[in-house]
Design a protein around this ligand. Structure first.
Ligand code: DMJ
Length: 605
């Protein structure tokens, strides 16, 4: 026994060493398996990557009728400088997740353009199985995969139950629509989702949507639509799809629709009606708006798309319409320097003196900043208007609560209501985006303000049972970032808080923004996912919430896109090259210093 014992011990340790070598070998295999480099030896990868990472965009195009030199739709992965440099020094993990996920996808799903759905489903199952090996995958990739699957579920459900309808009822498993689309079947979710599909590399789904639009999307219908909603979702979505894919059809559809919207501007002042009938061209305003007014956030959120339309078509009408609105506003008195939400298109007078950075006001301010960015910072008039508006807003609307939370209230006839809407949470991202170029060296101040708003909005999520934010929350009578009224406790899959996390991430690379985005993604998946898609919930403070049974089109256009970008590399849709419209549709920067838009003088922009 004594003689044999050392031999036995030796065999055991040999076995142990062997086991160690074996497990090291397996680990290496998995490492190679998942992170195989992108080189020419792996042709299968290359083909997939080429297709997904460097999507087809026509060679630098000039706007056919724009006089002067070029602008080009940049590549989605074009290298950015400028702002991104603030984050220089971040780890490779943080920076290259989108490349890695696409490598993973192409490995498991090599012929993702295949129409063989059985194969596709099997391949898709494999992506699910990746989670079994999550220890080998960085958390950013796991998060990216998670969002990718959410998009697949939202799209596939709409494809199956709501195809061609504007939106989806995920519980009833049928189509849904609201009056903003005029109760006609315009496939709003298809148009809104296109660029998200494209950015995520879901090319088969993109082609499916493209085919539907080509064959079915017809704007000669007797439908009274919202000019604003149709502009940001349809014109914005079609233009983004055009710039990303290079498919002329998208541009043609955008122009056809824009022609149908133009009669809305036939008012005594040129301030457009809120709604227009696509067939008759008759316009009118919402019955609920103060004194028959048009809404600031509606007529003030046309600039980006309309300037692009003029650029692409050479038709000066679009550009002139939005510049006319700007000039008219510039001439008007502003109470306390603030823009009221209501303006009567017949008289040219303000309605009620309510000012908001949330609903009814929000994207007007956003488009002032983005007009400047989109013009390659040549539209200094827009920048100055934005800066002045921000100064007045900071003075009158932004406060700190007793608990130290910075919030943006609502100004109502000289009184500040200490309530902030979910919609106003987008402003954190806007402040960060506008920090560079702000007057008096206030870049740091605005970045800090963006961070404070992001923090407050995160608190509004964190203080609920579902970890999803309410529609509006108060800072009054001891309340801090919580909703009071029952009809303010709902969450309808809105993007604004995640949008702000994404901008803050891009400008600071503080990992907390990804963490917060991840929390939101998990909460949405846990509480809003149903077998037929994703639904809004009626009470974020209830552990057993009821559903509203609507999968909003902006969930696919914005919420999931911003989440995906949050976990992706900064060189996916760099902010130097792309400006996102208010529905998260990316439009390229136009180098207007070198272009004279028809209907404009260079000095005007
Ligand atoms: C979107 O349609 C746009 O972001 C718009 O500007 C405001 N609200 C919704 C999403 O909440």
């Amino acid at each position: 026994m004594l003689v044999n014992s050392p031999q036995a011990t030796l065999r055991l340790s040999e076995k142990f060493i062997l086991l160690l070598i074996l497990s090291a070998f397996i680990t290496l295999c998995f490492g190679a398996f998942f992170f195989l480099p992108d080189n020419s030896k792996h042709k299968r990868f290359d083909l997939g990557l080429e297709d997904v990472l460097i999507p087809h965009i026509d060679a630098p195009k000039e706007g056919k009728h724009a006089r002067g030199t070029q602008t080009a739709a940049p590549r989605p992965h074009a290298q950015g400088g400028g702002r991104q440099r603030r984050g220089a020094g971040r780890s490779r993990r943080q920076g290259e997740t989108s490349v890695e996920i696409i490598q993973l996808r192409c490995f498991f799903w090599p012929n993702s353009l295949s129409t063989n759905s059985d194969f596709k489903n099997k391949s898709y199952e494999l992506i699910h199985r990746l989670f079994l090996f999550r220890d080998f995958i960085s958390s950013e990739i796991q998060w990216l995969l998670f969002v990718f699957q959410m998009m697949k579920h939202a799209w596939d459900s709409y494809r199956q139950y709501g195809w061609g309808h504007n939106e989806l009822k995920p519980l009833a498993k049928k189509g849904h629509s609201t009056n903003i689309f005029g109760n006609s079947q315009l496939g709003a979710s298809i148009v809104d989702a296109l660029d998200t599909l494209y950015i995520m590399g879901l090319h088969e789904e993109f082609k499916d949507g493209q085919e539907w639009i080509d064959q079915n999307l017809d704007f000669s219908v007797n439908a009274e639509v919202s000019v604003f909603e149709v502009n940001i979702r349809f014109i914005g979505g079609l233009l983004a799809a055009y710039y990303l894919s290079g498919q002329e059809m998208f541009k043609q559809k955008a122009v056809q629709l824009a022609e149908k919207l133009l009669p809305a501007f036939n008012t005594p002042t040129g301030i457009p009606w809120a709604m227009v009938n696509l067939k008759s061209g008759v316009g009118r305003n919402w019955g609920w708006a103060s004194a028959g007014s048009s809404i600031l956030a509606e007529f003030g959120t046309l600039h980006m798309e309309f300037v692009h339309l003029t650029y692409l078509t050479g038709n000066p009408a679009y550009y002139q319409k939005v510049m006319h609105i700007r000039k008219l506003l510039a001439k008007m008195d502003r109470p306390n320097g603030l823009y009221p939400n209501y303006l009567n298109p017949r008289t040219g007078r303000w309605g009620q003196h309510h000012t908001s950075v949330g609903g009814l006001g929000d994207s007007f301010y956003e488009y002032l900043l983005k007009a400047w960015l989109m013009s390659d910072k040549t539209d200094t008039e827009a920048r100055k208007t934005y800066d002045d508006a921000m100064e007045a807003i900071e003075r009158h609307l932004i406060r700190k609560s007793n608990g130290g939370l910075t919030f943006i209230g609502e100004w109502k006839n000289g009184h500040l209501e200490r309530k902030m809407g979910h919609l106003a949470c987008f402003a954190g991202g806007m402040f960060a985006l506008g920090a560079d170029g702000s007057p008096d060296d206030k870049a740091g101040h605005y970045l800090q303000l963006g961070a404070e708003i992001a923090h407050t909005c995160h608190e509004s999520y964190d203080r609920t049972v579902l970890k999803l934010g309410p529609e509006a929350f108060k800072f009054d009578s001891g309340l801090e970032a919580v909703a009071v009224r029952q009809n303010e406790k709902y969450y309808i899959l809105r993007p604004e808080v995640i949008e702000t996390y994404w901008y803050m991430w891009r400008f600071t690379h503080d990992p907390k923004y990804r963490q917060w985005g991840w929390e939101a993604a998990q909460a949405i998946d846990k509480y809003c996912r149903v077998s037929g898609g994703f639904s809004g919930v009626k009470d974020v403070y209830s552990s057993n919430p009821t559903y509203d049974d609507v999968q909003q089109s902006f969930f696919l256009a914005e919420t999931l896109k911003y989440l995906y970008l949050l976990f992706s590399s900064d060189d996916l849709m760099p902010l130097e090259s792309w400006v996102f419209n208010t529905e998260a549709h990316p439009l390229p920067v136009l180098h207007l210093a070198n272009i004279t838009l028809p209907g404009s003088e260079p000095a005007q922009l």
